[in-house]
Design a protein around this ligand. Structure first.
Ligand SMILES: C[S@@+](CC[C@H](N)C(=O)[O-])C[C@H]1O[C@@H](n2cnc3c(N)ncnc32)[C@H](O)[C@@H]1O
Length: 209
């Protein structure tokens, strides 16, 4: 029997606890093979700390474990998390309250492509583990550029054995990128510099304005 194909929204709606536990209760497998998850969180935190009292947009915030890490370890004044999977947002709201940062953040349900963020830009925006599920990355990057005033951070999975396994296991389409794709996807954006950092299974980019 062929496996059912879900949208990324349906796929992630059923996996809030599972994904949160990659951070909260990492298994030996997570520590060995999901190093990228911790690396990209650290790169984003370092970028957030380059600014004084920044506002942060966490795109595809998932269970919000990263959001809490960034709030607790920086002087960010506010973080907006957006995710189209509402069970992820429910988890993120409870987690942020339990961790004592509920008053500095908000998690909304929405699709990043269509959500109206209003005229205010965010100092830093982050998409950690998100473009893996995005078909139109050109439009995604243009919107990220448009909603950010300081810097934006994106993690990019590469092709390889891990990607082949994900394609086999996941019931939603996944996409991969090489370094020249990442450079091309930043062309024409309103940025001053692009830093590309290698990590297990791909790269993380920091575009500064
Ligand atoms: C792998 S999880 C990563 C969660 C979190 N960023 C982290 O690193 O812990 C990807 C999340 O992105 C969300 N997502 C993917 N595309 C999205 C979109 N266009 N708009 C909003 N959320 C999206 C999914 O629902 C899922 O919760």
């Amino acid at each position: 029997m062929s496996k059912p194909i879900h949208t990324a929204q349906q796929y992630w709606d059923a996996r809030s606890e599972l994904f949160a536990n990659y951070y909260k209760k990492p298994s030996w497998f997570d520590k060995m093979f999901r190093k990228a998850v911790f690396f990209r969180t650290a790169v984003a935190l370092k970028t957030i700390k380059e600014f004084d009292r920044p506002t942060v947009l966490d795109i595809g915030s998932g269970p919000g474990v990263n959001s809490v890490t960034w709030l607790k370890n920086s002087n960010a004044k506010f973080l907006l998390g957006i995710d189209f999977a509402e069970t992820m947002n429910e988890y993120a709201r409870k987690n942020a309250e339990a961790e004592g940062v509920g008053n500095r953040c908000k998690f909304v349900q929405g699709d990043f492509f269509t959500y109206d963020f209003g005229p205010e830009k965010f100092t830093v925006s982050v998409a950690a583990g998100v473009v893996d599920y995005v078909k139109d990355t050109v439009a995604f990057m243009k919107k990220m550029d448009a909603v950010t005033s300081g810097a934006f951070v994106v993690s990019w999975p590469e092709n390889g054995l891990r990607m082949a396994l994900r394609r086999y296991r996941y019931a939603t389409p996944v996409y991969h990128y090489n370094e020249s794709d990442v450079r091309r996807l930043h062309e024409g954006l309103n940025i001053k510099s692009l830093e590309i950092l290698p990590m297990q299974g791909g790269v993380t980019s920091i575009a500064r304005k």
